[in-house]
Design a protein around this ligand. Structure first.
Ligand code: SF4
Ligand code: MG
Length: 313
C-alpha cells in the first residue's frame, strides 16, 4: 500500500545528499494467494526494487507491506528473520547468486539450517529429492555451482528457494540470463512447482511474452509508478495505458493478419532522479493533453478488475 523506495543521491567531496531517486513511488497492489502476478517495465522502472522491498530485503521509504494481513513493514531482527521464512527470491543471475566455493548440497541446506536443527542424513536425502524434483541428478549434491550450465544453475537457485517451503516467491527476471532454448523449460518448471508446492509468485520481467506465458494478472511499471494492472487476457487484448499499448505493439506477431502497427515512443525514459511533473509518461506519450504535464493521474479501476493511471479514462 502506497509503497515508496527512494535512494539518496550524493555528490561533491563531502558526499552530501543532493537528491533522491524515486525508484518506487507510491505503488499499491495486491498479490492473491496462489496466483502469479507479473510485473513488467523497462530496466530502471523500479520493478526489482519493488520486489525486494516487498520481501523486506530492503527497508521501504514509505507505505505498508502486508503479508497475510500482517504488517511486516517495520519488522526487524529476529521477528523479520522469522517472517522471512515464508518468502524467497529467485534471482536473475544464477551465476552471481550462488556461492562458487560451496557444494550445491550445502547451498540448499543453508536456508533450512538457518531455521531448523536437522538430522544430517535425513536432510541430505530431502535435498537430493528436491534436486531431482527440479530436474537435476542426485549427484549434483556433491558438486559445485560452476560445474553446471546456466539453466542447471537456475534450477539450483530454484531448489534453494523451495527448501523452506515458502508461500511467496519473487522471481526477478529468472530466465533473462539464460539461452532462449532453456528459458521455456525453466518457466514450465516454475509453473509445475507452483501447483505442487502451493506457491504464490510475483514474477518480474522486462519481456512481455515471458510475462504473458507466466502470469494470471499483470502490472505495468513506468518510472517507479504502477500505470496499469489487469488480468492477462484484458491487458493483451485491450491495453488501456498508452505506454502499455506501445509495449504490446512491439511484441513480434508471427501472424501477418493479426499484426498491428508498431507504436514507436519518442525519446528516452527520463531520469528517475528528475521525473517529469504530472503524468510520468507525458514527455513520451503520443496522446498527451495539457492536463498531463500538470496533474498526476491516480491509478483507478475503470473496468472490472482493470486499473489504469491515465487522464484519458
Ligand atoms: Fe498520456 Fe496523459 Fe495518459 Fe499520461 S495521463 S499516459 S500523458 S494521456
Ligand atoms: Mg531489475
Amino acid at each position: 500500500r502506497n509503497l515508496k523506495k527512494y535512494y539518496p543521491v550524493t555528490g561533491g567531496f563531502f558526499k552530501r545528499t543532493i537528491g533522491n531517486v524515486k525508484a518506487v513511488d507510491d505503488v499499491s497492489f495486491v498479490i492473491r494467494k496462489g496466483e502469479t502476478l507479473g510485473l513488467v517495465g523497462e530496466s530502471g522502472c523500479g520493478k526489482s526494487t519493488a520486489g525486494r522491498t516487498i520481501l523486506r530485503l530492503m527497508k521501504p521509504t514509505g507505505g505498508e507491506i502486508l503479508f497475510e494481513g500482517k504488517d511486516i513493514t517495520r519488522l526487524a531482527g529476529s521477528k523479520l528473520q522469522k517472517a522471512r521464512r515464508d518468502f524467497q527470491m529467485v534471482f536473475q543471475d544464477p551465476y552471481a547468486s550462488l556461492n562458487p566455493t560451496q557444494m550445491v548440497g550445502d547451498i540448499i541446506a543453508e536456508p533450512i539450517l538457518n531455521y531448523e536443527k536437522r538430522n544430517k542424513k535425513e536432510l541430505e536425502q530431502e535435498i537430493k529429492t528436491l534436486l531431482k524434483r527440479v530436474g537435476l541428478p542426485e549427484e549434483a549434491y556433491y558438486k559445485y555451482a560452476h560445474e553446471f550450465s546456466g539453466g542447471q544453475r537456475q534450477r539450483i537457485g530454484i531448489a534453494r528457494a523451495l527448501a523452506l517451503h515458502p508461500k511467496l516467491i519473487v522471481a526477478d527476471e529468472p530466465v533473462s540470463a539464460l539461452d532462449v532454448s532453456v528459458q521455456s523449460q525453466v518457466l514450465n518448471l516454475l509453473k509445475e512447482l507452483q501447483i505442487e508446492f502451493d506457491l504464490t509468485y510475483l514474477f518480474i520481467a522486462h519481456d512481455l511474452s515471458v510475462v504473458k506465458h507466466m502470469s494470471d494478472r499483470i502490472g505495468v511499471m513506468y518510472l517507479g509508478n504502477l500505470v496499469e494492472l489487469a488480468s492477462n487476457k484484458d491487458l493483451y487484448k485491450e491495453p488501456l495505458h498508452p505506454y502499455t499499448q506501445a509495449l504490446i505493439s512491439a511484441i513480434p506477431e508471427p501472424n501477418p493478419a493479426k499484426r498491428k502497427e508498431r507504436i514507436v515512443l519518442r525519446g528516452d525514459v527520463p531520469s528517475p532522479q528528475n521525473p517529469p511533473t504530472g503524468c510520468p509518461f507525458h514527455t513520451r506519450c503520443p496522446v498527451a493533453m495539457e492536463i498531463c504535464s500538470q496533474e498526476k493521474p491516480a491509478l483507478a479501476e475503470v473496468r472490472p478488475g482493470h486499473q489504469v493511471a491515465c487522464h484519458l479514462y
